[in-house]
Design a protein around this ligand. Structure first.
Ligand SMILES: *[C@@H]1O[C@H](CO)[C@@H](O)[C@H](O)[C@H]1NC(C)=O
Ligand SMILES: *[C@@H]1O[C@H](CO)[C@@H](O)[C@H](O)[C@H]1NC(C)=O
Ligand SMILES: *[C@@H]1O[C@H](CO)[C@@H](O)[C@H](O)[C@H]1NC(C)=O
Length: 264
């Protein structure tokens, strides 16, 4: 695959919450054998715990490539300030505005906060200020990990973490975290060009999103109002009040020659 993708974060709407983000991506190191040392890690054991395998049977481990965290977190991202492509009632502000109004900050312990305007009561129909950022770097496979302390939830609140290529939908979109209004389950969604199907026999803990006549396994973005194909996580710890009450969680998306997997 030659297409590449960026990491995107978005917070719609307001919420009296703080959010912390520590996304991380990694690249794999092929041809690992049982005697090799991994930088910064302990010697690998000879069993297969922690190994992944390429389709040709070669073992590999994932190694850190980029870490976005702490006071330099926002350096790797560009602030999106266009009209919201999905027509939400939101105004995305630039970095200087976000900083000045306190929508983004870093705590002394390194926790990154990114939030919407959560102090102003707005007149009906007025757009709320929020923040949407996109990674400057693009990736052509990888293991992407997001360590999130809190994510806002509630009616009209829509936090998201996803990957998207330059040429949508041909280069694909993978929605790793998407909070939809009062949902108490995360929904993982793929939006693609024609020809990609979600295999309902794949292993997952959750249910395939159903549209009118059954499981919607066709990921083609041109169908059914860009519904895409989706798996709704079985666990309420994946998003919403339970996610928040347990102190957040870690979400991971793996994209390589074998498949695309999401885990949380
Ligand atoms: C197996 O596939 C991986 C990934 O495509 C490649 O890097 C590696 O060289 C291959 N190994 C062999 C023995 O062909
Ligand atoms: C899923 O498994 C069933 C039963 O083995 C099989 O008939 C069907 O073709 C499989 N579907 C896919 C998309 O692989
Ligand atoms: C629809 O998806 C569910 C999993 O969400 C699966 O258990 C069921 O067998 C699927 N139904 C059909 C007709 O493929």
């Amino acid at each position: 695959m030659t297409w590449s993708t960026s990491l995107v974060f978005l917070l719609f709407w307001a919420s009296p919450l703080v959010y912390s983000w520590n996304p991380f991506s990694s690249n794999k190191r092929s041809g690992i054998d049982g005697n090799q040392q991994v930088e910064g890690g302990s010697p690998l054991r000879r069993d297969t715990t922690g190994y992944n395998f390429d389709p040709n049977g070669t073992a590999f481990v994932w190694l850190p490539e980029d870490t976005y965290a702490g006071s330099t977190f926002f350096d790797g991202f560009t602030f999106f300030t266009d009209h919201d492509p999905t027509d939400g009632m939101v105004t995305f502000v630039d970095q200087a505005t976000a900083q000045q109004k306190g929508y983004i900050s870093t705590q002394p312990d390194g926790t990154v906060i990114m939030k919407a305007d959560d102090t102003n009561t707005l007149d009906l129909g007025t757009f709320r200020e929020s923040v949407r950022i996109q990674s400057n770097k693009q990736y052509t496979t990888g293991l992407f990990i997001l360590d999130l302390n809190r994510a806002p939830w509630g009616c009209a609140i829509w936090p998201a973490f996803w990957t998207v290529g330059d040429n949508w939908p041909a280069n694909g979109e993978i929605d790793i975290l998407e909070g939809v209004h009062d949902n108490e389950h995360n929904q993982i969604t793929w939006h693609t060009a024609p020809g990609c199907m979600l295999n309902s026999n794949a292993t997952f803990s959750g249910t395939i999103a159903v549209i009118s006549d059954g499981n919607h396994t066709n990921c083609d973005a041109s169908l059914d109002g860009n519904a895409g194909c989706a798996v709704i996580d079985w666990s309420r710890a994946s998003y919403g009040p339970f996610f928040e009450s347990q102190g957040g969680g870690v979400l991971a998306m793996k994209w390589d020659e074998n498949d695309i997997s999401v885990c949380e």
